[in-house]
Design a binder for this molecule. Structure first.
Ligand code: ASP
Length: 441
């Protein structure tokens, strides 16, 4: 059995965190492959090494000196090494990186060096091999991950390396230059390594004990989510409830490998288990979670006999498409259709879009409602539980929240509700309070 463990920046922020990480790895001999982030914040006012590196990049473009941010980076790594009692000499590495930065290396190369150095230190500390992501993770010309080439190469390298540490966040382009994922991308690397190792589990160690049923800034002390399917996670993550990089789901999902979100600072907590949809363990609560986002607008179109007129939907969406707008939801009635879009997205072409709808569709009414918030109530438990929608609506009515729109996803996995932004917090609290009790049986 093999487990792949990924440790985030706060888990590897200083020597004390390194010790916790080593204890976690040594506690289970199946934790054979480790993916490391760059050192993160040690406290609220600290700066992540990745951000310091990007500051160096910025300064080379404005002609400012990089001495200060680069000095801070060196000091971070030197202190970690010293505190851990490690002898490895990083000075040649620092010289090489500094020269590259001063010679206008690309921002991806510069940003990736935090992971590179941290993974080297961790490998040394654990006595594990170091596998540089540069030589095992490949991007295609269009900048997207070349997942099959990567998987082939990485599987082969892992098969002859019993224990190894790999830096997260980056790989290389076909021409050999370094390319990173978007921020937080070490999660993706962990998932790629888990797939290539045919791991039984991908452990993602961070500084929270998994996901919560609701945003703790809105709800006091929300219940943890112990088990969630990939699909539920995607619905909640889309609404902003995220503990994981969005793209990290795909490699492990493809291979049916569960992800366990764990807390480096509370290693006894079981965290959240993210499982394939086929692993249909019942949830202890009817809903798995509730999350939401503000900043939506509903373009409401009404036209008598719309139901009998072919192509209205296509034409409306065609207008949106021509202006580069993707829609979020599309609730419709017999003679009405509503396109819910991101307010910011339509801001620029708003006048043009409305003018085109008038001209092409000739509606009886065309209005735009702004300041909407969307709330997703997500849960595999809803599929077989009658009355869930009723409970949501009664809870919202009792909280005096007016529902502007309802949309139940065809998967029955989620109910999306639109409310005025001013009611957003109250609505989430009402829904959470209604469901935050474990169901019987
Ligand atoms: N160090 C990178 C970042 O800060 C990647 C990661 O930590 O996952 O975004």
């Amino acid at each position: 059995m093999v487990k792949v463990t990924k440790f985030g920046g706060s888990s590897l922020a200083d020597a004390n965190q390194f010790r916790k990480v080593a204890a976690i790895i040594r506690a289970d001999h199946t934790r054979r492959y480790v993916v490391a982030s760059a050192p993160g914040k040690r406290g609220a006012n600290d700066i992540k090494v990745t951000d310091l590196l990007l500051e160096c990049f910025r300064r080379t473009r404005t002609g400012e000196s990089i001495d200060e941010p680069f000095g801070l980076i060196q000091e971070r790594f030197r202190t970690i090494m010293e505190d851990l009692g490690l002898q490895d000499d990083l000075e040649p590495e620092f010289r090489k990186i500094r020269t590259a930065i001063l010679n206008y290396a690309g921002s991806d190369y510069i940003a990736s060096r935090g992971e590179y150095l941290n993974a080297r230190i961790l490998a040394k500390y654990l006595g594990y091999a170091f596998i540089d992501a540069e030589y095992v993770i490949y991007f295609r010309e269009d900048g997207r991950l070349d997942s099959e080439r990567t998987n082939e190469r990485l599987s082969e390298v892992l098969s002859r390396t019993p224990r190894a540490v790999t830096p997260g966040f980056y790989g290389s382009m076909p021409n050999g230059t370094i390319k990173t994922f978007s921020r937080g991308g070490s999660d993706v690397t962990g998932s790629i390594v888990a797939r290539a190792a045919s791991a039984s589990l991908y452990e993602n160690w961070t500084d929270v004990s998994g996901m919560l049923m609701a945003d703790p800034r809105i709800v006091d002390d929300p219940l943890p989510i112990s088990r969630i399917t990939y699909r539920e996670l995607r619905e909640l993550a889309y609404m902003g409830a995220s503990v994981l990089h969005e793209e990290a789901i795909f490699p492990v999902r493809m291979a049916g490998i569960p992800i366990n979100i764990r807390n480096t600072n509370r290693p006894d907590d079981e965290g959240t288990m993210i499982v394939p949809g086929t692993d249909f363990a019942p949830s202890s609560t009817v809903i798995t979670g509730v999350a939401g986002k503000k900043g939506f607008s509903a373009v409401y179109i009404e036209k008598a006999m719309m139901n009998a007129e072919l192509g209205v939907g296509r034409r409306v969406l065609g207008i949106m498409e021509r202006h580069g707008i993707s829609f979020e939801h599309l609730p419709s009635g017999i003679d009405t259709m509503t396109v819910v879009v991101n307010t910011e997205d339509i801001a620029k072409d708003r006048g043009l879009i409305l003018e085109e709808i008038h001209r092409i569709i000739r509606p009886d009414h065309l209005t735009v409602h702004d300041n909407l918030a969307l709330i997703a109530v997500v849960g595999r438990g809803m599929i077989r539980t009658p009355g869930t929608a009723a409970r949501i609506f009664v809870a919202l009515a009792n909280a005096n929240v007016n529902i502007r729109m309802i949309d139940q996803g065809s998967s029955e996995l989620n109910i999306i509700i639109a409310v005025d932004s001013t009611n957003y917090t109250r609505a989430i609290q009402a829904i959470y309070n209604e469901f935050a009790v474990p169901s019987k049986g």
